[in-house]
Design a protein around this ligand. Structure first.
Ligand code: AHM
Ligand code: MG
Length: 323
């Protein structure tokens, strides 16, 4: 049995990781165990329903969004290796230890619309090195390829932790003693797939290449793709990404015409980048339809981005349609 704690020590030795980096990731995992306890009890711990507040992005916050955010911030404030934090639920960054080496970015509870209906939700996190000099918003605006570690915790039928330190990906399951235990080493995203995920209700707002792509998939084996595709939509990106990690698939949240000022719904820094690093480390691909996700130069903490990720063949096909 390899606990997450033992695993971090092994990773440190094998890949010469800084002990402060693994300590930072351990703090995130510990906070997620606390979040998992709250999620599991639901109404019994009084955590369901609206918080009565909104975040800077104009979204209503659920009580659990706020609780998860606070648990992560509290845990990371105690961690002297962390210089600053950025969260979906915080307007601007939070400065923590001025001598810290790392920046942590997270979506504390992704899939907010699923919280009150007992469908899988998750925490997404990303760790960057703090550039030298004083901490400001620009310190966080690094492209996804510069992430040192990234991962997610999926609160589903099981609570799972998936992590990458850029040497592949590993999967842990929370056991009855409240410890994450390694349950799958190095899963690989199959290169081909017959499964796609997109919110079809937005079809009329999509741009031409996405309309064409989905029409081709729907045409099935008599169409140009020559095979029948199946569709899934959980509305929790963490759950979709985990399904793709386990059995392949393609996920799209494209740019659409609903709000021309937003190039997509999902956020680059704490949703798209960490989940893209995980999938790329497992042999999958990710882009914003025209550019590799991890090469995008960010312009803002809460920047939105179009997302196409999953099995390589499909992601490359979508990109060619946009060429
Ligand atoms: P959230 O961070 O407010 O939960 O929003 C992100 C979520 C993703 O997990 C999911 O892929 C998407 O929003 C679902 O959007 P839709 O409501 O259009 O189905
Ligand atoms: Mg989210």
């Amino acid at each position: 049995m390899t606990t997450f704690h033992d695993y971090l020590q092994q990773q440190r030795e094998q890949h010469h990781l800084c002990p402060q980096l693994t300590a930072t990731v351990q703090s995130i995992a510990d906070a997620c165990i606390r979040i998992s306890e709250k999620v599991r009890l639901g109404a019994l711990s009084g955590v369901l329903g609206e918080a009565g507040s909104g975040n800077i992005q104009g979204e209503d916050q659920k009580k659990l969004d706020v609780i998860a955010n606070n648990l992560l911030i509290e845990a990371l404030r105690r961690q002297s290796a962390v210089a600053g934090i950025a969260s979906e639920e915080e307007d601007s960054f939070v400065a923590t230890d001025e001598n810290g080496r790392y920046l942590v970015l997270f979506d504390p509870l992704d899939g907010s619309s699923n919280i009150d209906v007992n469908i899988s939700i998750g925490t997404i996190f990303s760790v960057l090195e703090k550039p030298s000099g004083s901490l400001n918003t620009e310190s966080f605006l690094q492209k996804g390829s510069r992430q040192l570690a990234a991962g997610y915790v999926l609160y589903g039928p099981q609570t799972l932790l998936v992590i990458t330190f850029k040497h592949g990906v590993d999967v842990f399951t929370l056991n009855q003693n409240g410890e994450f235990v390694l349950t799958q080493a190095s899963p690989k995203v199959p290169g081909q797939t017959k499964e796609f995920a997109i919110n079809m209700s937005n079809q009329r707002h999509w741009e031409a290449p996405v309309r064409q792509y989905v029409a081709e998939l729907l045409a099935g084996e008599t169409g140009v793709r020559g095979k029948n595709y199946n569709m899934r939509w959980v509305a929790s990106m963490v759950a979709e990404v985990h399904r793709i990690l386990m059995r392949g698939g393609v996920f799209l949240y494209p740019k659409d015409a609903r709000d021309p000022s937003k190039p997509g719904k999902l956020r680059l820094m704490y949703e798209a980048n960490p989940l893209s690093l995980v999938l790329q480390q497992a042999g999958g691909a990710s882009c914003n339809a025209v550019e590799d996700m991890l090469s995008i130069e960010p312009a803002g903490l809460h920047q939105r981005v179009a997302v196409v990720l999953g099995s390589k063949e499909e992601v490359e096909y979508v990109r060619r349609l946009h060429g």
